[in-house]
Design a protein around this ligand. Sequence first.
Ligand code: DGJ
Length: 702
Amino acid sequence: MIRYLADRKSWILEDTVAYAFGLTPSGLLVHTYFGAPLPHEADYPLPADFPIPVPFSGTDENSGEEYPAWGGFRFIEPCLKADFPDGARDIRLSYNNHTIEGNQLSIMLEDIDRSVGVKLVYRISRSVVERYAIITNNGREAILLEQVLSGALTLPDAADYRLTYLSGRWGAETQLQRSMLGKATHVMESRRGHTSHSANPWCALDPDGASTEERGPVYAINLAYSGNWKTVVQSTPVGQVRIASGIHSFDFSWTLAEGASFETPKFLLTFSDEGFGGASRNMHAYIRNNVLPLGHRNELRPVLYNSWEATAFDVTADNQMRLAEIAAEIGVELFVIDDGWFGARNSDNAGLGDWVVNRTKFPDGLDAVSKRVHELGMKFGLWVEPEMVNPDSDLHRRHPEWAYRYPERTSSQMRNQLVLNFGRPDVQEFAIGFMNRLLDETAIDFIKWDMNRVITEAAGLDLPADRQKETWTRHVQGLYRVIERVRTSHPSVWFEDCSGGGGRIDPGILGFYDQAWISDNTDAFDRLFIQEGYSFGYPANTMVAWVTSEHSFLGRRRLPLAYRFHSAMAGVLGIGDDVSRWSDTEKTQAKGLVALYKEIRPIVQQGSQYRILPPGTGSLAAVLYVAGDLSEGVLFTYLNRNHYGNPLPILRLPGFQKDRLYEVESGDGPAQTMSGRALHLVGIRLNLREEYESAIIRIRAK
Ligand code: DGJ
């Protein structure tokens, strides 16, 4: 899988893709190839210095270095930039040695005359290459790191590249964006302390913008990090396209003491010549098989009910039990009480930080509720927001110094809350302590972990003034430590990631949480767009979606119950409506749809996803999931607009076994028998009539 070719001074990582790099005659460590594996070693390009001198530029910045440090003629985005005590600020790395241990390649680089060591670590897992760097100060004085990215990738020459990325805002996360690169430098980033609603670290590039959903080369990347990050896509002066990604350098610095090391988050790279669909499926498989926490990795996600939209902060034992009884009747497997169960939390003004059950709302404590939910045959879940505190809380009155703030200045509040300094060991111990207590004292099977504001005034009294810029990074490290400790003590508990909807979703957080709440927008039509964007980088078994009211709080339309279910069933199904208002007919319909979801859930959650018709393209939207053994598929279709009585477009369905015969049932007319090849080449036409009519088409091998 990993080879060193001494005569070619090259390393090759090979699995279902190949990634190669090596040392040029002048000693630069440069990228040589990323794509489909090549049959012969000699097929991989030899590492070469840029062939011609470029005045006002240099060989270094044009040769495609794997990990350029800022120094010499390098004006491109550096991976590493540091300040030395004597005022020098350049680093020039040269190769020292390498090791190959199983599926891990480590390349050791060293600065030519300063004692900085850089270890580049590479692994390959099927079609995904993982890269990260460890910077070590081997000198005798501290150095100040100003930028430490995880890595850089150089793309093959092309006239231009198209950049596909995800942007958005609260309630409208993961909106798909596309633009040609041209000669500008593109930066996607978060400076908000979490991954952000406004940008996601997943992005993809295709040469000349010529690849399609299922055809052509696509390079996709992601960054396993849940704080401030940036991805810089730029052309060198000679038109070489480079992508560098890592922890954001904005308001960042890190004092690296003598002998200390700094490890970057993982930079993930994939390649597919089956278009964007192929690149997405690569990332889905990688996140499902390599990233998600081991405990529940291969388990089907339960159908959940969450009471937030039904009762908001007015939770009581009585109203929750009423909802739980109906949820159980409908077939729900996990009942979750959201915000409002603790302290003086009657609105968002008070109580955050006081993680003790509110006895006025729950006179017999949480135990009684948990017991009843279990008796109803469901798992029991609870909402928490451990990184936050309301100024009006006992916790803040006890520990005002735990919230981020500049000395002698007022901190900004959002949703009436402040952020706790999760970099502090005592704050981490507090969070680990109350979480463990909560999980030890009550039978809780599931935690929804929220984060409802961005970070401002990122500073605390725990660090000296010249190290305050470490705060952003220390928050993320602290969060990872806390959740890891809590999970280790309670391995059977499920954890859901949330940050006011999808504000903190990335392959870093998904290493600790089993699934994610991807948006507070529960309008089932808007959701199709958010879910489509999400699916470019993330698998359906992490994508929680609730069925809420006919007229959602953000939507400007009324949507039928079936459409709302069909939209949510394309991910991890949840129900978030006030089910006590549902009529018997609605409950019966819901029960049938939940039962259907349970049947198709293995295909949705663990199969291969094909975006057949994106919601933005016209009248109809469609997404297909095909089981791993190709024996079955589920096609979700939504008629969103219909003009001029046009017939609906034909849906051509890839992904099935070409010569196998399948029965296509729509529930509307007799089943049709078609081969996998015909499903792809001939396709099927649906018979939906009304706007917001939807259907689930099951396709099963005969
Ligand atoms: C934001 C989340 O996204 C919602 O689902 C809900 O949990 C609220 N926070 C509760 O405060």
